[in-house]
Design a protein around this ligand. Structure first.
Ligand code: TXA
Ligand code: MG
Length: 325
C-alpha cells in the first residue's frame, strides 16, 4: 500500500472513548452529540448508534460508519410524546399505542410534520418519520439532557448481527465512532416492533411487543404483514443480522462440524432457553450468534423456535440471518 493511501485511511480512525453511565459520563456523551459526533448508547432492545437527528452532517456519519444504504431510514428517538409530536402528525391510534407501550420497544411510523427539523438524510427523504421513546434509563437520561431527537440505528455494520453489549459494538465500530456508553447487556435483545399506519395499522417489523398486543390495545385488526411478500418497510433488508457462518434453521438433527444453537430440552453447544422461554431466547439470541460465530464454523444449526408471540421476532431475525446475498 502506498504512503498516500495509508495516510487517507488513518485520517478516518478516531479514538473511541469508553464511557459508563455516571452523571459525568452521560454529560460527556451529550456534549459529543452536541458537536455532531457519534455515540453508541444502550437501549433495552439493542445498542443504538446515536447522532443529533437535526444535524444532516452528523446523521450522514452514521450511514458512513455502518456502511448503511442511504435508502434505509433511521428511527428517531425522543424523550417523550410531546417531543415526538413535533416531528410526526399524531393520530388517535398513536396516542393509544404510546400511552400503553412508551417508554418501550415500540416504534411508530407517521407522516412527518411540515416544519419537522429532522434531517432529510435520517428519513431517507421519505414523507414519514419513525419515532420511538426507549425504555432504558440511560438512553432516557441522555435524551433528556440532550433535549433534542436522536437518530439511532442498531450499532452494528449494515447487514450484520446486532449488538446487545459493548463487546459486540466494539467488534464492529471501534475507532469509527467517538464514544460508547456501557450499561451492560440489553434486556429485550431484539429490536423494537415497528407499526405503520397505511392507513390501517400494519406491523413492519415484529419485536418484543407482539402483533396480538398491538391489536388488543387498538381493539382493531392489524393488517397482515407477510414475511414472504414484498418488503413494505423501505430499506428493510432481506439478508440481515448475518453471521459469517451459514445458518441451518429448524434443525432437529445435529451434523458434524456444525455449532449447535439449541432451544428447549436438547443437547447443543449453547441453549437459547432450556425452559423454552421465548423472552429469554430473544435476550440471548444476538449474543449467542456472536459467540458461536467467533469459532468460525461453516454452519450454525438452530433448533426450531415456536412461531408465536416473541417467537415471531426471533424467527424473523433468524430467517434474514440465514439468507446470504
Ligand atoms: O430497537 C430498535 O428499534 C433499535 C434501537 C437502537 O432503538 N433500532 C433499530 O434501528 O433497530 P435500525 O436502523 O436497525 O432499524 C430501523 C428500521 C429499518 O428497518 C427501517 O427501514 C425502518 O426502521 N424505518 C425507519 N424509518 C422508517 C419509515 N419512515 N418508514 C418505514 N420504515 C422505517
Ligand atoms: Mg439494524
Amino acid at each position: 500500500m502506498d504512503q498516500g493511501r495509508r495516510h487517507v485511511r488513518r485520517k478516518h480512525l478516531v479514538k473511541t472513548e469508553n464511557l459508563g453511565s455516571s452523571q459525568s459520563d452521560i454529560e460527556k456523551a451529550v456534549s459529543i452529540l452536541r458537536r455532531g459526533g457519534l455515540v453508541a448508547i444502550p437501549t433495552e432492545t439493542v445498542y443504538g448508534l446515536a447522532a443529533d437527528a437535526t444535524n444532516e452532517e452528523a446523521v450522514s456519519k452514521i450511514f458512513k460508519a455502518k456502511g448503511r444504504p442511504a435508502h434505509n431510514p433511521l428511527i428517531i428517538h425522543v424523550k417523550n410524546i410531546k417531543m415526538a409530536q413535533q416531528y410526526v402528525q399524531w393520530n388517535e391510534a398513536a396516542e393509544i399505542l404510546t400511552m400503553k407501550f412508551w417508554p418501550g420497544p415500540l416504534t411508530i411510523v407517521l407522516p412527518s410534520t411540515k416544519n419537522s427539523q429532522v434531517a432529510k438524510t435520517a428519513c431517507a427523504n421519505l414523507p414519514s418519520v419513525a419515532v420511538r421513546m426507549p425504555g432504558h434509563p440511560v438512553a432516557l437520561e441522555i435524551l433528556r439532557q440532550f433535549n433534542r431527537p436522536v437518530a439511532a440505528p442498531s450499532a452494528n455494520l449494515s447487514g450484520k448481527i446486532s449488538s446487545t453489549s459493548i463487546d459486540h459494538v466494539l467488534k464492529n465500530l471501534n475507532q469509527k465512532i467517538d464514544a460508547i456508553v456501557d450499561a451492560g447487556n440489553s434486556t429485550v435483545g431484539v429490536e423494537s416492533t415497528i407499526v405503520a399506519f397505511t392507513p390501517l395499522p400494519t406491523i413492519l417489523r415484529t419485536g418484543f411487543i407482539t402483533p396480538e398486543a398491538v391489536s388488543n390495545a387498538l381493539g382493531a385488526k392489524i393488517a397482515n404483514y407477510d414475511n414472504e411478500g414484498p418488503v413494505i418497510a423501505p430499506g428493510q433488508l432481506r439478508s440481515h443480522y448475518a453471521p459469517n457462518a451459514k445458518l441451518r434453521l429448524d434443525a432437529i438433527d445435529w451434523r458434524q462440524g456444525e455449532k449447535k444453537l439449541g432451544f428447549g430440552d436438547v443437547e447443543c453447544d449453547i441453549n437459547l432457553s432450556k425452559g423454552k422461554s421465548l423472552s429469554e431466547a430473544a435476550q440471548n439470541l444476538f449474543n449467542f450468534l456472536h459467540v458461536l460465530d467467533s469459532f468460525n464454523p461453516r454452519t450454525i444449526s438452530v433448533s426450531p423456535i415456536p412461531n408465536e408471540g416473541i417467537g415471531l421476532a426471533i424467527n424473523d431475525r433468524l430467517k434474514r440471518a440465514s439468507i446470504q446475498e
